[in-house]
Ligand binder design. Structure first.
Ligand SMILES: [Zn+2]
Length: 146
């Protein structure tokens, strides 16, 4: 197969036979870029995905309160930025809706490697009055590269 140019680093690479649409080379940084772009796009265009992500992050923070506390302690600027963003969101939404403490983005997890890649059962945090919620089976990929 003809070589093509990676959409991240611009290097030529040979696409894998089983991935004819491959646009990024196999370098870790480029795969991370691909994943981040995909996620950013998905967050922008897919409300369900957005809700799932927010629920997953909420759940994760509940399961790892110590990690989250440490992260905030060692990244005061992150916490501050987060509060800014939340205030901004609150302004835009007219103050309505839930306002969890700091909605994290994926970058927040990069400073440590909190879990392993693999398949997880994801249970949304139930809103008050919601009786039953489905469990999502999700494939989690650790994108930490140190
Ligand atoms: Zn590349």
């Amino acid at each position: 197969m003809a070589k093509r140019r990676c959409a991240a680093c611009g290097c030529l690479f040979a696409p894998r036979r089983n991935v004819p649409q491959q646009r990024y080379c196999s370098k870790r940084a480029c795969q991370r870029t691909r994943r981040r772009r995909w996620q950013r796009q998905k967050l922008k265009t897919d409300a369900d995905y957005r809700a799932n992500q927010a629920a997953a992050q909420r759940r994760w923070r509940e399961l790892h309160p110590a990690y989250w506390r440490r992260y905030h302690q060692s990244h005061p600027e992150y916490a501050e930025r987060n509060r800014e963003r939340q205030r901004e969101r609150n302004r835009r939404s007219g103050g309505a809706g839930p306002s969890p403490q700091g909605i994290a983005n994926m970058d927040a997890y990069r400073s440590q490697k909190p879990f392993c890649s693999g398949t997880y059962g994801l249970v949304p945090v139930a809103a008050p009055g919601v009786a039953k919620m489905d469990t999502y089976v999700v494939e989690m990929q650790v994108i930490f590269t140190g």
